[in-house]
Design a binder for this molecule. Structure first.
Ligand SMILES: [Mg+2]
Length: 284
């Protein structure tokens, strides 16, 4: 795995100035380095259904779906998946819809309905939800349940075990210094490092939610660049909150990975495709 001798000559083909040359690579984790499409959305689905049933309501339909996930991920405020489970539960809680309605099948919104429901929500979903809905399902309890489902408990395996690497190269083999800016906690990032076989990735190169810096803030990108003396990062992300973090920082370039940010340019199916097309590096 080496830098290709002839990096593609023109970044201009991708809508970037020809003279842009990144001095480091900063990766979001989920949807970029790690395929977590079977873990976090599954965590949300199970948390919604289990909380719903525990409240004595009828969990007669899936509590979440990939299409609902896409709507939340196109909204910059819902980077934390535990906030998605909690927010969805409280938005559809029977107490917020008049008495009698307690079947999940009748209350889970369609993607269009969900988009309308969260349209007035800004970048503080917790404050927005508490200002507009009764908190039938307490945030702390929903987070605890999500963590039990994600990490596992007792004999039950955590859904994290379903995650797969999206890049099969060591961070050491990449052609530029590599960093991570993620909404994962440090312990969740540790699991991702194991999936990537990046166990030797230095802690100081990663900004996790334990830092208190949360997307869509640009501060995670700023911290990395300040700490390591970089000026032109190439940041890879897959959701609206990543793009907004980049726009807040306003240095370097952003590359969108995957289907959620289909309209963003440049957009690539995988981080491997992006590395090859943008800087001529191929994972071999
Ligand atoms: Mg992501």
């Amino acid at each position: 795995m080496k830098l290709q001798a002839n990096a593609r000559a023109s970044l201009g083909e991708n809508g970037w100035p020809d003279d842009f040359r990144p001095d480091c690579l900063i990766f979001d984790v989920d949807g970029v380095l790690i395929d977590s499409s079977d873990s976090f959305p599954e965590m949300v689905r199970r948390a919604v259904e289990e909380e719903w049933a525990a409240a004595g309501f009828l969990a007669d339909a899936p509590g979440y779906s990939p299409r609902l996930n896409s709507v939340f991920k196109l909204h910059g405020g819902f980077n934390d998946d535990t906030h998605i489970a909690w927010g969805l539960l409280n938005m559809i809680a029977p107490e917020n819809h008049g008495a009698g309605a307690c079947k999940l099948s009748g209350l889970i919104p369609s993607p269009d309905e969900l988009e309308r429901m969260i349209r007035t929500c800004g970048l503080d979903p917790v404050g927005w939800l508490r200002g507009n809905f009764k908190e039938t399902f307490p945030l702390g309890r929903v987070i605890e349940r999500c963590m039990r489902i994600y990490f596992g408990e007792g004999q039950e395996a955590g859904v994290y075990a379903r995650e797969k690497p999206m890049l099969r190269a060591s961070w050491r083999d990449l052609p530029l210094p590599a960093y991570v800016f993620t909404g994962r906690s440090a312990s969740e990032w540790d699991l991702a490092k194991a999936v990537l076989s990046w166990d030797d990735f230095p802690d100081e190169r990663a900004v996790t939610s334990d830092s208190g810096i949360l997307k869509p803030s640009g501060d995670g990108l700023a911290l990395i660049c300040r700490r390591f003396g970089h000026l032109s990062p190439l940041f890879f992300g897959d959701t609206a909150s990543d793009k907004m973090s980049f726009e807040a920082f306003r240095r370097g370039r952003f590359a969108a990975i995957g289907k959620i940010l289909r309209g963003a340019e440049p957009n690539f199916d995988s981080v491997g495709d992006a590395l090859f097309n943008l800087i001529g590096w191929r994972d071999r």
